[in-house]
Write a protein that binds this ligand. Structure first.
Ligand code: SF4
Ligand code: F3S
Length: 104
């Protein structure tokens, strides 16, 4: 599976949902997550994210994000079409450690 990581938070550009063939993105207030059982590992979303927030789970160090994607994709609603990014997206793109302050 692919996972959405920290830099999506407070940006939420949503370009990723536009290209996903199986519509497996789920939307929180400040970020999206991928449902690990629905993702078919096609990889097309990864280069589409302007914030470079999507990673394959084959990369090391993603345990925390794997769990977050798995847990919240069961709770948040499905998002299947692109919408406006968050108004503060540019300002928050690349800010370190957004999870602790802004995850929602
Ligand atoms: Fe969707 Fe493919 Fe990205 Fe998985 S890797 S979330 S199936 S676009
Ligand atoms: Fe987030 Fe990137 Fe998608 S910022 S909403 S993972 S395009």
């Amino acid at each position: 599976t692919y996972v959405v990581t920290d830099n999506c938070i407070k940006c939420k550009y949503t370009d990723c949902v536009e290209v996903c063939p199986v519509d497996c993105f789920y939307e929180g207030e400040n970020m999206l997550v991928i449902h690990p059982d629905e993702c078919i590992d096609c990889g097309v979303c990864e280069p589409e994210c302007p914030a470079d927030a999507i990673r394959p789970d084959t990369e090391p160090g993603l345990d925390k994000w794997l769990k977050i994607n798995a847990d919240y994709s069961e709770q948040w609603p499905n998002l299947t079409t692109k919408k406006e990014e968050l108004p503060e997206a540019k300002e928050f793109d690349g800010v370190e450690g957004k999870f602790d302050q802004y995850f929602s």
